[in-house]
Design a protein around this ligand. Sequence first.
Ligand code: EPU
Length: 417
Amino acid sequence: MKRIRIEGGHKLTGTIQISGAKNSAVALVPASLLSDEIVKIDNIPNISDIDALNEILMYLGAKVTRDGNMMEIDSSSIINKEIPEAISAKLRASYYFMSSLLGKYKHVEMYFPGGCSIGARPIDQTLKGYRALGARVVEEGNKYTIDADELIGSEVYLDMPSVGATVNTILVAVKAKGETVIENAAKEPEIVNVATFLNNMGAKITGAGTSTIHITGVDYLGSCFTEVIPDRIETGTYMIAGALMGENLRIENIIPEHVDSLIGKLKEMGVSIKEERDAVTISATEKLNHVNVKTLGYPGFPTDLQQPLTALLTQCSGESVLEETLYENRFKNIPYLNEMGANITIDEKKIHVIGPTKLVGREVSATDLRAGACLVLAGLKAEGETIVNNVEHVLRGYENIIEKFTQVGAKIELEEI
Ligand code: EPU
């Protein structure tokens, strides 16, 4: 097990560089399989989720070269074989392979994907997209066998703007015959990144970033180069760290527009933020106002930032109310925050946070990626020593988190026990 040990109370000052977005990169890597030539992707974060996808690429016989944050993928000689459950269960994004393989070979055998245990996370909308394009889906327990004689463009209305179902439907439609229209598509920036990547290969996708996406199928996808966009959730996590402990903490290589909803909330609290074209500078403020937050799809407040934000809500004066509308089980950080001195009650989909409360170091556990990020943030603020156990979850999604915090003055170490 890996754990993080933090000595709290140190000011954070200096500059943090944001890495490529996990949730873009984990879609771009499987999408690369659709090309019959070599593709290059830059700004890939070095996180364990990418290692897990790399394992699937190698298993299928792709030739992969990684050099720093650059990844070169040659899928011209892959073999479309069943992807074992042991690898597909490592992460949610493994199901992007299901769509790329189906889109390319019209046949795939794979298992239900893994991912953080934050709710049921069904894949019905993805399967609805496959079926709409003419595929037959056979489910046997956790296993899916999916075939199509031909994939034919169709209209797909998503019951909710799911990121995964939007990306999966794009992946399966890019080489289908005719036009596919996705209605009620998710609008997350990561989807635009995936569509741009595929268009660079020769796909014909318009409307990514809006609720209606049009895809006209093409026969061939060739070589291309793309860059992963900056990670808006990592950006937000370090911005919250800045609001807790920053002294002119500068966060660089970001797209401020992608974190508008967080900037809005921080300003409502009274946090001092200086915005530039691709950076923000944040300092902690003595007295913070309480706020209400509701998670929504982009451009609403991201569910992936609600747990990190909760560490800051404990420092706001009065009662803040946070409502999680996407996942049923994304409050596992709360009992640990309360052990550290927070005053938070859970009321079904909402939490009520009464502050400010002094946080004190404790031994806690990362139950999932963003819960872990929340506890690291709380540890940076807390008096004394905090130990966060099971930080494998955190390392899945934050590149060089120890180095980045250390560079700006935190006392934080990774331990293997
Ligand atoms: N949903 C369904 N059926 C589906 C698909 C989704 O009911 O077929 C529901 C889900 O249960 C959930 C909601 O729709 O309540 C949103 O799910 P979505 O499909 O948008 O999420 P996802 O694609 O599984 C991605 C990110 C998550 C992030 C969400 C929302 C990846 C690999 N994961 O998940 O990231 O929370 O979008 O923005 O891109 C994280 O990074 O910590 C993380 C969990």
